[in-house]
Design a binder for this molecule. Structure first.
Ligand code: ATP
Ligand code: MG
Length: 352
């Protein structure tokens, strides 16, 4: 294991903090800490980097505990949200600084810096000063500076959040490319679920100082481990149903009860798993009324008021939507759901 975090806990005087944090990351993996503001992502990352001493638990990098070591003695390097470049130094000197401290020979430094600039697509920018660069360029220099230290684990705390949407997208792709080229192990922090889904080998979803789920992006999306994760990632409908043995019943609909739940359940249903058709009174469809149709490019989001269930949202192809009118009665079926016991739903609501 390249990085192992064991039972990490850190509580601030205010009572906020994190606990029960266990993370295992393999060499070459890009793992994202994802969660809402204040859930403890930075606390975990700073603990790994040595900027914060945890109350208890252990952090092992390449099998060795780094607890008690200052940041510069740890085989980690951190990229911050604010680029933290030295404004009085040229790009070249910003990059060379860490290597000079490590007493790398001059010629070797030159070569390493030029390679790093090339990697972040800033060849020829060495003589410029940070103030002469755009935000995206500055963040690329900060990234290059961290890469040059050749860390065992690279830590990135919302490095792209100050950039506009288009640039953020580009930087994401570049980071992924750099990671493929260098094989670096990375822990990336974001509260942007789209960023996490598109970038990560695995995602750690955090909530209120705890880990809710650790899994690959697709699995987080398809099989959320808790109601919290179900609601946090992507769009989701929540419907009340009843479970007994093999089935979960939503009105007249019957779906598989994979988890063997009993009694009242909350069914989490993705909008793409809701189908609309002409209504027929044969028990295989729920009855609903179209409230709103929103065209979103190549697909549309249709809001339907379901008899006895409230609002449900469905993603539909443009062709289906052409024939729909507000107020029209439609048949609704559901092809897939993830069920949760209702008690858990109440806990999640209280937590929020
Ligand atoms: N130095 C501190 N002293 C007291 N409380 C703190 C301190 N730093 C963070 N906290 C609190 O600890 C909790 C976790 O903070 P943290 O910065 O780890 O969250 P985060 O997930 O990184 O949030 P964001 O997405 O806003 O950066 C928050 O409730 C925060 O207010
Ligand atoms: Mg943070």
């Amino acid at each position: 294991m390249q990085l192992s975090v064991r039972e990490l806990a850190k509580r601030y005087k205010t009572g906020d903090g994190v606990s029960g944090i266990n993370i295992d990351i393999e060499k070459g993996e890009l793992v994202t800490l994802l969660g809402p503001s204040g859930c403890g992502k930075t606390t975990v990352l700073r603990s790994i980097g040595g900027f914060l001493e945890p109350d208890s638990g252990d952090i092992l990098i390449e099998g060795k505990s780094v607890i008690g070591l200052p940041p510069e003695k740890r085989p980690t390097s951190m990229v911050f949200q604010s680029y933290n470049l030295w404004s009085h130094m040229s790009v070249y000197d910003n990059l060379a600084f860490g290597l000079k401290i490590r007493k790398m020979p001059k010629a070797q430094i030159r070569e390493a810096v030029e390679d790093a600039l090339k990697l972040v697509r800033l060849s020829g920018f060495g003589k410029k000063y940070p103030a002469e660069l755009s935000g995206g360029q500055q963040q690329r220099v900060a990234l290059a500076r961290s890469l040059l230290l050749n860390p065992a684990v690279l830590l990135l705390d919302e490095p792209f959040s100050a950039l506009d949407a288009k640039l953020r997208h580009e930087m994401r792709e570049e980071l992924r490319e750099i990671q493929t080229k260098t094989g670096l192990t990375m822990v990336f922090v974001t509260h942007d679920q789209e960023e996490a889904l598109s970038l990560s080998d695995r995602i750690i979803v955090m909530n209120h100082g705890r880990i809710e789920q650790v899994a690959q992006p697709q699995q987080i999306y398809d099989q959320p481990a808790s109601l919290y994760v179900a609601g946090f990632i992507g769009k989701m409908n929540f419907l009340e149903g009843v479970a007994d043995r093999e089935e979960i019943r939503l009105g007249s609909l019957r779906l598989p009860n994979d988890k063997g739940l009993m009694g009242r359940v909350t069914a989490a249903v993705r909008p793409e798993d809701v189908q609309l058709s002409a209504f027929a009174e044969n028990g295989s469809l729920l009855k609903g009324r179209v409230k709103q149709v929103m065209i979103l490019g190549h697909y549309a989001e249709v809001t339907v008021e379901l008899d006895g269930f409230g609002i449900v949202r469905a993603f539909q192809g443009k062709e289906t939507v052409m024939q729909l009118q507000t107020g029209q009665v439609v048949g609704v079926s559901i092809s897939k759901l993830t069920g949760f016991p209702v008690e858990e739903a109440m806990e999640a609501a209280q937590a929020i």
